[in-house]
Design a protein around this ligand. Structure first.
Ligand SMILES: O=C(O)c1cc(=O)[nH]c(=O)n1[C@@H]1O[C@H](COP(=O)(O)O)[C@@H](O)[C@H]1O
Length: 271
């Protein structure tokens, strides 16, 4: 998917919501456990109830890998269902990969070719030759961690290296990499006050912003400092949406939570 197609979808739906499909069998409604594939049954119900309110879905692969072969199969069924039923929706494999180039190419093939996701999250720690193999795929997007939502972000990311915070070095340096137009960046919603500085380095690119909902990030603050003319933001909420109810009305409850965020986004877009 091209960035323009993503922007068009945002304008049409008046939403820049990304729903995180972080499926934990201990948290899904217990009646689904009787299904042949409870993870897929849960995802399908959530997607059917929310696809008109969001522009992206982000399964975090940890929640599938934890269940072994069954988990991978459920992830495969989920991405196939999305690509067949809702090809306009942007898909993110939240896998946080990155390795020596030869290995990164195989990670990229796994998520872009075999599973056919539009994007994958990567860690920048191993540098240029670990990320460029992902960037080589046409119309696929590589979403690199910049400033994460967790407390540990202050351990390294905000430390000063050669006169500048490390996350700023990551942003600046990555702009010179081959096919850097295929880069997007992760910035935690809990770090909204850093967004003005981030936009000074990345004025136009898309930012994936997780941390709204369960982690307490604030949508208004993120938009105030992070929004561009082409919106430039994908706001993710996972637990706050998908576990809105533990009962048979879980999909309806997820749609209600999504709609509340979508309405808030519509107001911001109309300002
Ligand atoms: O890359 C991510 O998506 C990510 C980066 C980050 O800094 N913080 C963060 O929470 N995430 C992911 O975003 C999702 C947040 O989930 P909730 O806190 O349940 O909304 C999880 O899948 C996290 O792994």
């Amino acid at each position: 998917m091209t960035t323009n197609q993503l922007v068009q979808q945002i304008k049409q739906k008046k939403s820049f919501l990304c729903i995180g499909l972080d499926v934990d069998l201990n948290k899904i409604p217990q009646h689904l456990l009787k299904e042949e594939d409870p993870i897929f049954a849960f995802n399908k119900a959530i997607i059917d109830a929310t696809h008109h309110l969001c522009v992206a879905y982000k399964p975090n692969t940890a929640f599938y890998e934890a269940y072994g072969i069954k988990g991978w199969k459920a992830l495969g069924k989920t991405i196939t269902y999305l690509n067949e039923k809702h090809p306009e929706i942007f898909t993110i494999a939240d896998a946080k990969r990155g390795d020596i180039g030869n290995t990164s190419t195989m990670y990229a093939k796994a998520f872009f070719e075999d599973l056919a996701f539009d994007s994958v999250t990567v860690a920048p720690y191993m540098g240029k030759d670990s990320v460029e193999p992902f960037l080589a795929f046409k119309d696929k997007h590589t979403i690199m961690l910049a400033l994460t939502s967790n407390q540990g972000a202050f351990d390294f990311q905000t430390k000063t290296v050669e006169g500048r915070e490390l996350y700023k070095q990551v942003l600046e340096t990555s702009k010179s990499w081959k096919n850097s137009k295929n880069l997007m960046y992760v910035v935690g919603a809990t770090k909204a006050e850093y967004l003005a500085d981030i936009r000074a380095i990345i004025p136009d690119g898309f930012l994936l912003v997780p941390g709204v909902g369960a982690q307490g990030g604030n949508l208004q603050d993120v938009c105030k400092y992070g929004m561009t003319d082409a919106v430039g933001l994908l706001i993710n909420s996972s637990r706050g949406i998908i576990y809105a109810s533990k009962n048979t009305d879980f999909a309806e409850a997820a749609a209600k939570k999504s709609e509340a965020l979508q309405k808030e986004m519509e107001l911001i877009l109309n300002q």
